[in-house]
Design a protein around this ligand. Structure first.
Ligand SMILES: NC(=O)c1ccc[n+]([C@@H]2O[C@H](COP(=O)([O-])OP(=O)(O)OC[C@H]3O[C@@H](n4cnc5c(N)ncnc54)[C@H](OP(=O)(O)O)[C@@H]3O)[C@@H](O)[C@H]2O)c1
Length: 260
């Protein structure tokens, strides 16, 4: 049973920095990103689905910073829970300057084994969720006439992966959503970007990968190796300062994506 979307709890006093929300802050990449951006944020919303404890622990470490942290829970595959998340967040902080969409799921299966339920679960989190959240924050972004959205895609979305058809399809769809949102939101000064983290060996997903897959990734990298969640989080955190980028898709590892 999915937890209901719930509001945040105030932690500490604020400064003049931006207010950010990390969706999927309980995940490996989201938590690393929280540690990177918190020092420059006045407010930081940390979203979890089932593992709220990770966000509570991260919020606790932010007490020493001038960053007011609040933890939210929601199943982002649910339209109503996304609306409640947006309302709770704006009720708590009053604005949203940076939205990081890090939540994602991968359920691998060969095409012949994919049924409608599996397809729906992965699409629900990786595509419906980002759409629902953009939709529920759109009016606020338009009112503010500025902001940043970073959606986390995957190399698999650009290149496909045997056994990863649903995941690849979902991450491809995310790119189309990002590019369309960038065109629409750009008219009121909001930047929308997508990053493809590549393979993150120290993440939950990365630790679950088989050795043959890991070796194949290593072989196809120009650098014959890869970084980790800290490296990907550092790149994502830096996008706030890249003022004239929007509608772009950044590949974060050493594999070259073939042109279509
Ligand atoms: N790890 C990699 O090697 C890799 C490579 C390329 C791209 N990516 C992408 O990078 C992003 C982050 O990956 P990660 O390694 O940090 O994954 P992770 O550690 O497995 O974290 C996944 C996050 O998604 C959240 N989530 C799952 N189902 C949800 C739902 N129904 N509603 C709301 N949130 C939900 C989880 O929340 P709870 O834990 O609280 O349930 C968690 O915060 C994902 O989009 C992934 O596709 C990862």
């Amino acid at each position: 049973m999915a937890p209901e979307a719930s509001g945040g709890s105030k932690v500490i006093a604020e400064s003049n920095g931006p207010v950010a929300l990390i969706v999927g802050a309980s995940g490996s990449l989201g938590d690393a990103l929280a540690a990177q951006i918190a020092p420059r944020c006045a407010g930081l919303g940390l979203h979890a689905f089932r593992n709220r404890g990770v966000c509570d622990a991260r919020a606790e470490t932010l007490r020493v910073l001038k960053c007011r942290a609040a933890v939210f829970t929601a199943d982002i595959s649910d339209w109503g829970q996304c609306r409640k998340l947006a309302e709770s967040f704006l009720g708590e902080f009053g604005r949203l300057d940076e939205l990081y969409l890090c939540a994602g799921v991968a359920e691998d299966s060969l095409l012949s084994g994919i049924d409608a339920a599996l397809w729906g679960r992965v699409m629900g989190v990786n595509v419906d969720g980002p759409f629902f959240l953009l939709r529920h924050f759109a009016r606020q972004f338009a009112r503010q006439r500025g902001g940043l959205v970073v959606a986390v895609g995957s190399y698999a979305g650009a290149c496909g992966r045997s056994g990863g058809a649903v995941y690849s399809a979902s991450k491809s769809a995310l790119v189309g959503l990002v590019k369309s949102a960038a065109r629409e939101f750009g008219t009121f000064g909001v930047r929308v970007l997508c990053v493809l983290p590549g393979f993150l060996p120290d993440s939950k997903m990365g630790r679950a990968a088989g050795s043959r897959f890991v070796e194949a990734v290593r072989e196809s990298s120009c650098l014959r190796g890869f970084g980790g969640t800290e490296d990907a989080a550092r790149f994502i955190a830096g996008l706030a300062g890249m003022e004239w980028t929007s509608g772009q898709v950044f590949n974060l590892d050493g594999r070259i994506i073939p042109a279509v």
